[in-house]
Ligand binder design. Sequence first.
Ligand SMILES: NCc1[nH]cc(CCC(=O)O)c1CC(=O)O
Length: 313
Amino acid sequence: MKTSIRIGTRGSKLALWQANHVADQLAAAGLTPEIVIITTKGDVVLDRSLDKIGAKGVFTEELEEGLRTGHVDIAVHSAKDVQSSIPADLELLAFMERERVNDVIVSFDPNLDLQRPDLVLGTSSTRRKAMLRRFLPHATTAEARGNLQTRLRKLEEGQYHGLVLAYAGVHRMEYDKLIRHVLPETQYVPATGQGSVAIECARSLDPELKAHLRRSLDHPATHACLATERAFLRTMEGGCSIPSFALATLSADGQHVQLHGGLISLDGQEFIEEAQTAPVAQGEALGVRVAENVLARGGQQILDSIRRERSEA
Ligand SMILES: NCc1[nH]cc(CCC(=O)O)c1CC(=O)O
């Protein structure tokens, strides 16, 4: 088995934090990691919101090409950015231990009042925009693309009063001091995979090496939750441009998985949610079932109307 591992990653600071985190764990497991930066479409196209770029996998495609050509052995992604179905010649090898899943509001104003009537919040996520329309209807949202540092610069320039971000990224970049509100995950249910790091490789990678990598990097409890959430997302046929949400958690004894999943209309008016529990071994079936119920209870109409709106735009 070879021991030197080439780790493919995007070049943003958060991506590099994740890649270094992987490298540290691989070094601890006796391997020799090397980080290789690969630029993706999502890093280059910054003037459009993600739903307008359209293509699935805007943050992953070039990394996947690197796996195919053997330029890198593994690719590191924010699990949230990984499309719901990955190509047949590739596989998701591991999901690393999840950080706190919440969305947070960061601001340079220590007394940021979410009730101020002129509140402007920066986000480019369709899910977050829709949830803000529902739970903070007086707020206006403004686009905030780019990496975390770019968004914080726009915040500092006064383009918004606050930014809505994933706690995981804010914490990993050590901006905790700017967190003014932690949004409750029961209301602002996070996106599939939020807070975890996914490791992808080619199916053809040496099986012995794969097993070693999995033992070093995979967090089984996180993996069980993400498998459940990803089955939900696949059934929803949603990429990151669909305002669906899904959070799976394990019971204290680790035997059961609970899934809270749903879909919200772009205007925030319709909020279809469902929570169900199943034995961990049936997590994927649970994800499919919850998604099918959400679609049957009005979710399909929401998806259809979003697609109509987009094709007219
Ligand atoms: N789509 C961008 C993205 N992908 C992963 C994270 C944050 C870190 C994570 O959820 O693991 C972010 C930024 C954000 O949502 O604030």
